[in-house]
Design a protein around this ligand. Structure first.
Ligand SMILES: Cc1cc2nc3c(=O)[nH]c(=O)nc-3n(C[C@H](O)[C@H](O)[C@H](O)COP(=O)(O)OP(=O)(O)OC[C@H]3O[C@@H](n4cnc5c(N)ncnc54)[C@H](O)[C@@H]3O)c2cc1C
Length: 474
């Protein structure tokens, strides 16, 4: 068994949660005290699900303490940066399943769908006027952080955030972890005590039957409804569907059919990894439940461990980066060696240099790279291994590292259905040396690891990936 096997943690999950423990996950953001609120609101921002959701569990717990009902509020504004049909559709496709689940659980659920910026103004505030407390998700990217903080700054009731992102609370590390090894060593010492702390807090609660002063979108015709919003309609929805039901179905298929063999084949085959990143990003699935399914599967231990290395260690390293570094969306957070080596090669000749328009349209002289970009344009994700090559080549073909970085982030913001995630930023920064070590000196890159299209061709089954893109887009 490798020195960092996850298998021993099964026993904690078999015993069940420690119950009632949300150590290091809850933060009180202030807001006016409202003694006579009628309900507790759970505002689902990044965890768009009604199960395996620590923030919702906490809201229920607080509501029960106050002998109040819970209202679950979800929304999508038309004015988030770069709002488009692709992202809107993926979110709206999850609404019907949440309505259904709310009915089954006896929870009051409301989805507010403002079509315009004007309609969006003050939606949650109206609900919060009659709330005793608003509980919401803590997510470490700046857009959601600012949205939460700006609401809390003038909220008519107290606001609390809950970090339900990972197996370990982000705060448990106390500071940035610079490498996977550093985080892994720490995490494995903490799992023993902490992995069992994922309580389903309380199963009994009061439903809220009163009027709510907002229109309730029922989840019908998600793509047509996205098309009716004042957003960018030039980025089409992807051939994959959003929603918890779809996420659970995909998780089930992955665990039954593809987890065995994951360790050896994840970087090679077109359809070998879980492809769950969009479902994790929008919170249709929790990392806890995905990890649990993998741990209790029949797959060989080496495959389960390889998968959990990505889902837990690598993912939590990304969250750690965004949580502890305000400059996570820039090259300023690179290690000194990477900054120095890039600066030392700033004047190296770049050839060819492609314009952003050429890159965006997948019109380079490199067929492997074009394929990766075509994946992003049409599927909304890039093949697991090609992602690395995709980023490295943009560095090679851009005038400056800063320009390359800004372009990669912009492409993810616009097209990636799993973009705008801590993993997006950590993945892109990895191409510039973040969470990596120096390699061999070469032009443009200095000692930053380089990848060549030729070696990628040998490693990845590219014809199969091309067939997949064609099949899903034709
Ligand atoms: C340039 C570049 C851009 C990237 N952009 C994104 C992005 O926008 N969104 C995104 O979720 N990931 C991104 N990654 C990280 C990684 O490539 C993807 O998470 C992975 O390919 C998603 O596919 P999957 O769900 O099939 O992964 P699986 O191999 O099935 O892994 C399961 C889960 O583990 C997590 N994971 C896997 N690999 C990594 C990793 N290297 N770092 C952090 N977490 C990981 C993800 O949540 C993933 O869904 C990027 C990597 C690079 C190099």
């Amino acid at each position: 068994m490798p020195s960092h096997s996850f298998q021993p943690f099964r026993k904690h999950l078999e015993r069940g949660g420690a119950g009632g423990v949300l150590r290091d996950r809850v933060e009180h953001l202030g807001g006016a005290n409202h003694g006579d609120g009628e309900y507790v609101v759970y505002w689902a921002q990044s965890a768009r699900r009604l199960r395996s959701n620590l923030a919702l569990d906490y809201a229920i717990h607080r509501a029960n303490e106050e002998e109040l009902p819970v209202v679950v509020y979800e929304s999508i504004r038309p004015d988030y940066p770069g709002a488009n049909d692709r992202i809107h559709s993926f979110v709206l496709e999850g609404v019907a399943a949440n309505h259904h689940d709310a009915l089954k659980r006896g929870l009051r659920y409301l989805f507010f769908l403002p079509r315009t910026r004007d309609e969006a103004r003050g939606g949650l505030k109206r609900l919060a006027q009659r709330a005793r407390l608003v509980v919401t998700d803590e997510f470490p990217t700046s857009t959601l952080r600012e949205q939460t903080r700006s609401f809390a700054a003038s909220a008519p009731c107290p606001v609390v955030t809950v970090d339900g992102n990972g197996i370990l609370p982000m705060r448990v590390f106390g500071k940035e972890q610079y490498m996977a090894k550093q985080l892994r060593d720490r995490a494995f010492r903490l799992f023993e005590e902490r992995w069992g702390e994922i309580p389903e807090l309380e199963t009994k609660y009061q439903p809220y039957a009163g009027e709510l002063d907002l229109p309730n979108y029922n989840g019908a015709h998600p793509r047509a409804n996205a098309a009716s919003c004042s957003i960018d309609h030039s980025v089409a929805p992807v051939p994959l569907h959003g929603g918890r039901e779809e996420g659970l179905r995909r998780l089930d298929v992955f665990v039954r059919e593809r987890l065995s063999g994951y360790a050896g084949l994840r970087n090679r085959e077109a359809h070998r990894t879980s492809e769950l990143s969009p479902y994790l990003h929008f919170g249709y699935l929790s990392a806890h439940e995905v990890a649990r399914r993998a741990l209790f599967s029949d797959a060989p231990a080496e495959d389960v461990d390889a998968f959990l290395e990505q889902l837990v260690i690598r993912r939590e390293l990304s969250f750690n980066l965004c949580f502890y570094r305000d400059d996570y969306a820039s090259l300023a957070c690179l290690p000194d060696w990477a900054k120095k080596t890039l600066a030392g090669h700033a004047d190296d000749r770049r050839h060819p240099v492609y314009s952003h328009a050429e890159l965006e349209r997948a019109e380079t002289g490199d067929e492997v790279w074009n394929l990766a970009q075509r994946g992003l344009l049409s599927l909304g994700t890039i093949h697991n291994y090609l992602r690395m090559l995709w980023g490295k080549k943009i560095i090679e073909w851009s005038k400056t590292p800063e320009e390359a970085h800004a372009f990669m982030v912009a492409m993810h913001d616009k097209y990636a259905i799993d973009g705008r995630d801590p993993n997006t930023h950590a993945g892109i920064l990895w191409c510039f040396g973040k969470h990596d070590r120096p390699w061999f000196e070469r032009p443009i890159f200095g000692t930053i690891r380089y990848l060549a299209s030729e070696s990628t061709k040998k490693k990845v089954d590219l014809p199969a990936y091309a067939r997949k893109i064609d099949a899903l887009t034709s």
